[in-house]
Design a protein around this ligand. Structure first.
Ligand code: FAD
Ligand code: SF4
Ligand code: SF4
Length: 470
């Protein structure tokens, strides 16, 4: 057996000095040579055993694509990845790999896991830069046999985009209806440029256009058109409307100025490009001291964006560091960039000045218990002690839930937490209407949304075929 190389080949990154002043991408990705060196660390576990494949929610044949990188055959590497994942440039950047493919990698038991995410990103980026992805797409386009059947996709996040791409490849006529003026869902309005350059998404959207997918933006299903009307016009509908409604804190002072939900803050910064104001029309008010409440990817994105807009930023979380849900890379980057962290603090009041602007947040100090909750996190209790931290900007990032505009459509069954009820084929309570992504899971991940999009596309195909046979 070949000797295991314990240490990962690091990916080049922009310096901290440069990145705190800019929204340019932080991680620069592997070069061809570095990717081949990292690929050499994979010990090529056999397909039936490879734990990384089991750890990936869409079960990409990871050893096979890594072996193609070693051979220098990037086209084959991309073909293998595309069998299960059509957006590798995105998942390679944003998947929580430490809990998925890399978390399961055997090399990680004796050293650091093979850098699967960055290798996946390398294949996608290199293929795009060299035009290899266009060649592969042309090959796929030649294989498409048009089929009878029109499908409406509601929402253009990773779930909707994946369902649309898969159905178009099967030969169906697909139309996406998107409420915002640009498609992409959280990939365009939530995740900042310094983690996911929007140029990458643009290329993916162009591919969908080549597959014949039509995208109708500024189209709010439930208002501009109803679900019932879509059901009349289309043979099947897929709902991928995500979970874009922020949960807020019902606390004294919540209506003070400069208290944002993370979604509003990030939408202004990313989608409306407030960080380039006045070149773009939308401004964003960020003061000298920002407190971000939360501990997930959204909190981290909001904190690092506020920092880049010139604020001193503190993340306040009611639990401990080990319970943070953000990707490890984002926590690490936030720390490097100078974001401060305060743990075991639970907000109880927002304090304002005479101009109705927030000037401080009062927190109760919490303490952890030995007992764990259902999610395996240690339970916490208030100590009765309080601390007040100054802040002229507060961003609340404590979670999201599905938007009611679509889920309140006639005939759709909804769970108590607002997510849509679906069966094992991802069909909702309305025959022919399928759903996936955050709309059925609540806040989850890009790859799970994509996996649902792919599974729903297969179910929609079977549904249309069965109707023809009926
Ligand atoms: P979304 O991406 O939410 O897309 C839904 C789309 O539907 C939106 O474009 C919305 O405008 C549209 N829509 C809603 N209602 C209607 C309607 N009535 N009519 C028409 N269109 C409608 N996950 C990761 O894996 N890694 C990360 O690093 C990560 N970071 C994140 C950072 C932030 C700031 C946020 C908010 C989430 C992050 N996530 C991350 C979670 C991930 O982005 C989501 O799980 C994923 O985007 C869900 O995909 P989706 O397609 O279900 O929905
Ligand atoms: Fe890992 Fe995500 Fe790629 Fe699967 S899709 S191999 S989990 S980075
Ligand atoms: Fe390679 Fe790790 Fe997967 Fe084994 S588990 S095939 S070493 S990436």
């Amino acid at each position: 057996m070949a000797k295991i190389i314990k240490e990962r080949i690091p990916t080049p990154e922009r310096s901290v000095d440069e990145r705190v002043k800019s929204f340019a991408e932080v991680n620069l990705g592997y070069t061809f040579e570095l990717a081949q060196k990292e690929a050499a660390r994979c010990i090529q576990c056999p397909y039936d055993f490879a734990p990384c494949i089991k750890g990936c929610p869409v079960h990409i044949n990871i050893p096979a694509f890594i072996s193609k990188i070693k051979e220098g055959d990037i086209k084959e590497a991309l073909r293998i990845i595309w069998n299960d994942n059509t957006l590798p440039a995105i998942t390679g950047r944003v998947c929580p790999q430490e809990d998925q493919c890399e978390g399961a990698c055997v090399v990680g038991k004796v050293g650091t896991a093979v850098n699967i995410g960055k290798l996946e990103r390398f294949v996608a980026d290199y293929a795009r830069e060299q035009g290899i992805d266009k060649e592969l797409l042309e090959e796929e386009l030649k294989k498409i046999e048009p089929k009878d059947g029109k499908i409406a996709i509601v929402g253009s996040g990773p779930a909707g985009l994946t369902a649309a791409g898969e159905l178009a490849k099967m030969g169906y006529k697909v139309t996406i209806f998107e409420a915002l003026h640009l498609p992409g869902g959280v990939l365009i309005y939530g995740i900042p440029e310094f983690r996911l350059p929007k140029e990458i998404l643009k290329v993916e959207l162009e591919k969908l256009k080549k597959l014949g997918v039509e995208v109708k933006t500024d189209y709010l299903v439930g208002r501009t058109v109803t679900l019932e009307e879509l059901c009349e016009e289309y043979d099947a509908v897929f709902i991928g409307t995500g979970a874009g409604t922020p949960k807020l804190l019902n606390l004294p002072g919540i209506l003070l100025d400069r208290i944002y939900s993370a979604n509003e803050f990030l939408t202004r910064v990313n989608l409306m490009k407030a960080y380039q104001f006045p070149e773009y029309d939308t401004p964003i008010g960020v003061g000298k001291k920002t407190i971000v409440i939360g501990a997930g990817n959204t909190a981290m994105d909001a904190a690092r964006s506020a920092l880049r807009l010139g604020s001193d930023v503190t993340i306040a979380y009611r639990r401990g560091k080990e319970d943070m849900t953000a990707r490890i890379e984002e926590i690490h980057h936030a720390e490097e960039e100078g974001v401060k962290f305060e743990f075991f603090l639970n907000p109880v009041e927002f304090i304002g000045n005479e101009n109705h602007k927030v000037k401080a947040v009062k927190f109760e100090k919490m303490k952890p218990l030995e007992e764990k909750d259902k999610r395996g996190k240690r339970k916490i209790v208030g100590t009765g002690e309080y601390v007040t931290l100054e802040a002229d900007t507060v961003i609340i990032a404590i979670g999201l839930e599905p938007n009611k505009i679509i889920t309140e459509s006639k005939g759709l069954k909804v769970n108590p937490n607002g997510t849509l009820v679906v069966d094992e084929t991802l069909m909702t309570s309305i025959p022919g209407v399928f759903a996936g992504g955050d709309a059925i899971r609540g806040e989850a991940t890009v790859i799970l949304a994509m996996g649902d999009g792919k599974r729903a596309a297969e179910s929609i195909h079977r549904y249309i075929e069965s109707k023809k046979g009926a």
